[in-house]
Design a protein around this ligand. Structure first.
Ligand code: HAM
Length: 422
């Protein structure tokens, strides 16, 4: 029987995983600089967290969730995104009471969506995301956006496009909603059945419909920008001003509709416009979600964040021709010959490693020439040769692979000698 990997998932093998690690490390370093701390939440949650009494009308929540009943008959869902979980933890663990405010968190881990797999779209993908909870200052919107942009830039990406929009506050959104209903209602019969349902529940989602996107009413639909009240407008202007101060260029796109329902005020996406990136160009998405904590049973708390997937990050790096992390090589390869030397090398290898060196030895009974080849493959800086003869004389030969120089060292002081070399 041969069993294959599930559709839309990936094995990340050595050789590829180094780039993942490099991105993850960069993300952690940047979060440290920006003062975001890591949070780890479960991979499955109560379904209700995401559907919120079917308050969420998006495809992600309605059509793409991996939902199952556990053995106790409870409905559970593999998380399709991280924001709801972070906000749940924030509410449940009363983080709103912490001395350090706003609460700035980041996470990294797999998310699950039952989507049609294609290049850049997976059923399991890894998101890196940040959430800042407790501040209504537009400067933090700009900070969150700049963190994402800087992560991409530090990894070498150049062909980035930032698109922003404002979805306004509750009042603005209600006015816009009414306008959308007025606009679509007379001809709603020409739209798909999903859109017909969306009309009353969440007409904004019609604008995001893939099936009806070419309908003429889509182009003439009322734009949220025209329905922003003074406060929302002022907020959006401030965000733009701060982005300007950070020298981050952007485009305002009044048609930017995010794929989740909890957004208000700032919404943004970062796209790649590298040639050959493929059909899916969105690398990162985020925005403000001021009502979410309340919906989950917490106090009124403003929040903003973003998430990006490492898969699309890597695709963008490849599209821009940015190479993988370099193989840094190992400090020492122990070439061993003879039974006694092999036994001795077990302890010696351990001493080297505990002293902080990366070290490897032969485990395949290879001849000395083949062991040197193996050392080369690992880019070993030194090869230490230990045969039964050396062992008898209490010495070891150490070869510098860059210069070819070889010296004899007393076996007892080998690790100390190695430490001095560095
Ligand atoms: P989202 O736009 O649904 O937002 O996803 C964010 C990012 O996750 C996307 O821009 C993309 O990089 C990646 N992504 C989404 N679906 C897939 C997929 N099927 N395969 C590969 N990558 C994918 C959220 O998830 C929000 N929680 C973001 C957020 C945080 N908003 C506020 N805070």
């Amino acid at each position: 029987m041969s069993i294959s990997i599930p559709r839309g998932t990936q094995d990340i093998l050595p050789g590829d995983v180094e780039l993942w690690q490099q991105i993850e490390q960069k993300a952690r370093e940047l979060c440290e600089k920006y003062q975001y701390q890591e949070i780890r939440t479960p991979i499955f949650e109560h379904t209700e967290l995401f559907s919120r009494g079917v308050g969420d009308t998006t495809d992600i929540v309605q059509k793409e969730m991996y939902t199952f009943e556990d053995r106790g008959g409870r409905s559970m869902t593999l998380r399709p995104e991280g924001t709801a979980s972070v906000v749940r933890a924030f509410v449940e663990k009363k983080m709103f009471g912490l001395a350090k405010q706003p609460v700035k968190l980041y996470y990294m881990g797999p998310m699950f969506r039952y989507e049609r797999p294609q290049s850049g779209r997976f059923r399991q993908f890894v998101q890196f995301g940040v959430e800042a909870l407790g501040s209504n200052d537009p400067a933090i919107d700009a900070e969150v956006i700049s963190l994402a942009m800087n992560l991409y830039k530090e990894m070498g990406l150049k062909k980035l496009k930032l698109i922003i929009n404002s979805l306004g506050d509750k009042e603005s959104r209600l006015a816009h909603r009414e306008a959308l209903i007025q606009h679509f209602q007379p001809r709603i019969g020409e739209f798909c059945s999903d859109c017909q349902n969306r009309l009353k529940r969440n007409p904004l989602r019609i604008l995001d419909c893939k099936q009806d996107r070419d309908h003429e009413l889509m182009k003439t639909a009322p734009s949220i920008i025209d329905y922003l009240n003074e406060e929302s407008k002022a907020y959006f202007e401030k965000v733009q001003k701060y982005l300007g101060l950070l020298h981050i260029s952007f485009e305002v796109d009044p048609n930017l509709v995010r794929g989740l329902d909890y957004y208000n005020h700032t919404a943004f996406e970062i796209m790649s416009d590298a040639e050959g990136f493929g059909a899916i160009t969105t690398l990162c998405g985020g925005g403000r979600y001021n009502g979410l904590a309340e919906e989950i049973g917490g106090p009124e708390t403003p929040g903003i964040g973003f998430a990006l997937s490492i898969e699309r990050f890597i695709a963008a790096l490849k599209a821009e021709g940015i190479e993988t992390a370099v193989n840094e090589g190992i400090d020492c390869y122990l070439a061993v010959l003879g039974e006694e030397a092999k036994d001795y090398s077990v302890g010696l290898l351990q001493q080297l490693r505990l002293a902080g060196f990366s070290a490897e030895r032969d485990y395949l009974n290879r001849k000395i020439k083949a062991q040197f080849k193996a050392a080369d493959r690992l880019h070993a800086r030194y090869v230490a040769i230990l045969g039964d003869d050396e062992l008898k004389n209490n010495v070891i030969h150490v070869k510098n692979m860059a210069t070819g120089e070889q010296v004899e060292v007393a076996l007892d002081s080998f690790v100390a000698y190695f430490q001095k070399l560095q």
